[in-house]
Design a protein. Sequence first.
Length: 221
Amino acid sequence: MPLKLYYASGACSFVPHTLLEAIGEPYEPMLVKIHKRENYESAYRSINPRSQVPVLVDGDEVITQIVAIVTYLAERFPRMGFLPTEPLAKTRVLETLAWMNNTVHPTFTHIFMPQKFTDNPAAHADLKAHNTGLYRGMLGELQALATAAQARGWAWLGGERFGPLDAYALTLLRWGGIAGIDPAGFPVLWAAVQRTAALPHVVRVIERERLQLNLYQPPRT
């Protein structure tokens, strides 16, 4: 029975989506249309009561949360080298991945969906403005990560092999465009993201999800 991935176009599920595509073995990509609130329908909630994506299904096992899914895929398909094998190097990649998921990602959510954090519409603009500043600083941290990887001679953000950090960095910088942040302001990170986007397995996911890499629109004058 092939693995099954429940994903939403443009969401953080892009990360395991690209890993599964890179593995090259049969799997079932299952689109969940969040804009139609399919993630709140009973059929989906029977799979994940938290109504979130991604979800990885392996036979009778249901796995949620990015870090858990990535770790599972890395250990099930060790030949792919999604995570380093040396303990400290692996810890550092997971440390960064967790930060991307539990800090950078929620900061963007405050920009994109401020209504999730307050039912006062008058506060939405302040939430967006404040968190856009925070998010810009976090993209700066990702730029520093890309610069450090380049200085070490690494081909990718986590080392010599494509992995989850590369796919998540692409997602987070892409979201920056939605927040009005120009990716060109982070040239090393933007170059790394464009290199990731050119990988054949990433190209296939971008096409399946119908994504535009650069969503930044300059302000009208």
